[in-house]
Design a protein around this ligand. Structure first.
Ligand SMILES: [Cu+2]
Length: 145
């Protein structure tokens, strides 16, 4: 193998690494005093997302607009592509969502589970993620992760 061939192989390998792909844009909506929201922003950035942050005095109107009640809400919400992603959602789940492209408004990981991205502690159990649909009355499980 000569130098030229080696160089081409190395370049091809670099392009095949997922992190070198174009960063996915995300907008995180949060309140200015939310510490775990900041950690979640840092987490998304560390995962290669291109993150914009918008601070709100209250998150209540945003959750109301998304049609979800308090039990399904969390401390922040993230716009990714056409989807609303609520809470401390692992990026694997966001990537699955963007790949599957279901006809839903988004997904939510309610509350602030211990060990979820941006939250302290050890993960206690699989995270139950719910679909956000136009009819949020009866939330369906998107998956357990
Ligand atoms: Cu939080």
């Amino acid at each position: 193998m000569n130098q030229y061939t080696l160089r081409r192989l190395l370049m091809a390998a670099a392009l095949a690494v997922p992190g070198t792909a174009l960063a996915t844009a995300a907008t995180v909506h949060k309140t200015p005093t939310c510490g775990c929201c900041d950690f979640y922003v840092e987490y998304l950035e560390a995962q290669g997302f291109d993150v914009d942050v918008v601070d709100h005095d209250s998150m209540v109107p945003l959750f109301r607009e998304a049609g979800i009640d308090r039990t399904m809400a969390s401390c922040h919400t993230t716009e990714v592509g056409p989807y609303t992603v609520i809470g401390h959602m692992p990026v694997e789940v966001i990537e699955q969502l963007l790949e599957e492209r279901p006809m839903i408004r988004g997904i939510t990981l309610p509350g602030m589970p211990t060990g979820s991205p941006g939250m302290p502690g050890e993960k206690q159990e699989p995270f139950t993620v719910y679909r956000i649909t136009a009819d949020a009355e009866d939330p369906e499980v998107y998956g357990r992760f």
